[in-house]
Design a protein around this ligand. Structure first.
Ligand SMILES: C[S@@+](CC[C@H](N)C(=O)[O-])C[C@H]1O[C@@H](n2cnc3c(N)ncnc32)[C@H](O)[C@@H]1O
Length: 414
């Protein structure tokens, strides 16, 4: 392994720096797209920015390289602090990046040491760096460099704060905000045996080979259990998990960080969301929350986002065929009770938690914070066909829990 040198960057390094920066920027975009979505021509703007850094007296641009190539870079600044505070100036490290294959060779530490040396030579006593808390590598790295968090940045969309009317979904007082924290543990229990069986069925039905690369969107991802299953089952696929409830998405984000750029999370209301172009759309236990009059337009948006031959797999409770009598209807509750009793018996949940969850659901329904609709499978199939799906079928069913699958035409222009 050849010797690593840390030196000041020159114009000749700009192209490589932009490439390295792009990798970090895309990672951040996948972690929190509301904050770090890349603008058009972001590479050009980043190149211009780094070129300006090279001639800025208040900026230090360092690269680390071995005999073959640049392995990382760092951008540091001397910055004035608010005039009411002492000391008047601080050192700020705004960017650091080390290429994946060169990690664990002490390159980040060498770059930070060089920046700290520069701050000292400038007479500064404070050094500040910021990092994304959802980036698993960053916290331990900065801690090892002697940095400790002192400020938390918190985020919420302004539109939601102002009450964005029909575009808004979710909120701190909603049903899903109330159950987010315990969702992954309790949902497979209280939602009945069809919850996990249904998700496994959706995964089995994805019409792609395990090694195939394709893009999928999950609508109403909740804590992104299904997205995670698809990313595991299809290691070359990439997925976007969409939900309206920030408390659920926060958990989704944490669960998907490990997938890096293969996974992204977005907060949106499905009733107005424009899906990006993709090959597969999946959704589980969500559409019974959408009002019937909104379904035609929602399915049209899904169909037009799908590439030719693309498919939607929809798992949800739906009525099918003639109405059930009491005895068949009771079967659902009998199975839920048996399922929850088994979970309580083996210690997966307490009876109090299960009862509290059902009580919360009842209360939220009474307060109009958890609205559900009874769509029939026949009605949804019709709406899907009218929206542009040329082949739609009911492919799995357990009591009211149903999987519909629909394909858009092969030859269609997306
Ligand atoms: C029962 S949970 C299902 C979550 C997940 N798909 C699963 O199977 O565990 C329903 C999810 O749909 C989301 N949801 C319902 N209506 C929505 C809407 N109009 N826009 C965005 N998300 C919505 C809720 O926030 C919630 O996370």
């Amino acid at each position: 392994m050849s010797e690593i040198v840390v030196r000041q960057a020159t114009e000749a390094d700009l192209e490589v720096m932009v490439q390295l920066w792009r990798g970090v920027a895309e990672l951040h975009q996948s972690i929190e797209p509301r904050v770090w979505t890349l603008a058009a021509r972001a590479d050009d703007k980043s190149r211009q920015h780094f070129a300006a850094c090279l001639v800025d007296q208040d900026c230090l641009l360092l690269v680390a390289e071995d005999a073959e190539k640049i392995l990382g870079f760092l951008v540091a600044w001397t910055k004035p602090r608010p005039p009411v505070l002492e000391p008047p100036m601080q050192g700020t490290i705004s960017d650091i990046c080390v290429i994946h294959s060169a990690r664990r060779r002490g390159i980040g530490t060498r770059l930070v040491s060089a920046a700290l040396e520069w701050f000292r030579s400038e007479g500064l006593t404070l050094a500040v760096a910021s990092y994304a808390t959802a980036n698993d590598l960053s916290g331990p790295f900065w801690k090892a460099q002697g940095f400790a968090p002192y400020l938390v940045s918190a985020l919420r969309p302004v539109a939601a704060a102002a009450g964005a009317g029909s575009e808004r979904f979710g909120g701190d007082d909603g049903y899903f905000a109330g159950i987010a924290e315990t969702y992954d543990r309790l949902q497979p229990i209280v939602a009945g045996p069809w919850y996990e069986r249904g998700l496994a069925m959706v995964l089995d039905l994805v019409p792609r080979e395990p090694k195939e690369g394709f893009g999928f969107v999950e609508l109403g991802c909740g804590t992104a259990t299904l997205t995670k299953m698809l990313l595991n089952g299809f290691p070359c696929a990439h997925g976007l998990a969409v939900d309206g409830e920030s408390a659920m998405l926060e958990i989704a984000r944490q669960k998907l960080v490990a997938y890096g750029r293969r996974a992204a999370v977005e907060q949106a209301n499905i009733l107005s969301y424009r899906l990006p172009e993709c090959d597969v759309v999946v959704s589980s236990f969500v559409f019974h929350h959408l009002p019937p009059e909104k379904l035609p337009e929602t399915f049209r948006r899904i169909a037009s986002a799908l590439r030719p031959g693309g498919c939607l797999i929809l798992l949800d409770q739906m009525t099918v065929g003639p109405a059930w009598g009491k005895r068949i209807g009771r079967q659902g509750w009998r199975l839920v009770w048996r399922h929850t009793a088994e979970a309580v018996a083996v210690g997966l949940a307490t009876q109090e938690e299960v009862d509290a969850r059902f009580a919360l659901k009842r209360r939220m329904k009474e307060e109009g914070k958890d609205v559900e609709y009874r769509h029939s499978a026949e009605q949804i199939i019709q709406v899907m066909q009218a929206a542009g799906f040329d082949e739609v079928g009911l492919v799995w069913r357990m009591l009211g829990y149903t999987v519909l699958m629909g394909f858009v035409p092969e030859g269609r222009q997306a």
